[in-house]
Design a protein around this ligand. Structure first.
Ligand SMILES: Cc1cc2nc3c(=O)[nH]c(=O)nc-3n(C[C@H](O)[C@H](O)[C@H](O)COP(=O)(O)O)c2cc1C
Length: 170
């Protein structure tokens, strides 16, 4: 599968089969995160792989009851370990860096036939308590990982001319 096929065909998965994810596939997905680029090559990230049923159920509760998280055999929780570092442009580096790694993982998962759903709606404090995340570390995102149990959803996107302009901001 080429990259554009993965980008154009992937969609968020909110229903999962109980089927386990093969260990070699999980390793490849985590390797995609490990190889991701980051500002100053800081790599200030940590990915928590959760398989325990009870922990996944607690995470679903922390994610405002989005129960499909707990359906998936795996949940990956992506953390930024140095949240104070800023880039020259004034943006915090960790949110950008961790998000790039998550995007790479999601595309790699799709190529391997696995579904994901980027999750930003969760109570960070509760999530940190559940997973024993240190005070200074931030939780940026989480995603269930598993085999989809739903048809792919239709893509709804703005048109190209709504989002692209040339030479100057319009
Ligand atoms: C930063 C971010 C946060 C998101 N948070 C959630 C979430 O908490 N729950 C959810 O079901 N989907 C969440 N999504 C998925 C989006 O709703 C989804 O990507 C968008 O509607 C486009 O659909 P597609 O992923 O199927 O192409 C999130 C996506 C992103 C990028």
């Amino acid at each position: 599968m080429d990259v554009f096929t993965a980008i154009s065909q992937r969609s968020s998965v909110r229903a999962y089969k109980a089927t386990d994810v093969e260990e070699d596939k999980l390793k490849k997905i985590l390797e995609a995160a490990r190889l991701s680029p980051s500002a100053s090559n800081r790599q200030e990230w940590k990915f928590i792989v959760v398989k325990d049923k009870e922990t996944k159920e607690k995470l679903a509760k922390a994610a405002f009851g989005q129960s499909f998280i707990a359906e998936a055999p795996i949940v990956i929780v992506a953390c930024g370990t140095e949240p104070k570092a800023m880039m020259g442009c004034g943006q915090p580096a960790y949110t950008v860096n961790v998000s790039i790694a998550c995007a790479f993982m999601i595309l790699q998962a799709y190529e391997l036939g696995l579904g994901t759903c980027w999750m930003g709606a969760f109570k960070e404090g509760e999530t940190k308590k559940i997973l024993n995340v240190p005070e200074h570390v931030r939780v940026v995102a989480m995603t269930p990982l598993g085999y989809s149990n739903e048809p792919p959803s239709e893509k709804s996107r703005k048109s190209m001319n709504q989002i692209v302009c040339y030479e100057k901001y319009e």
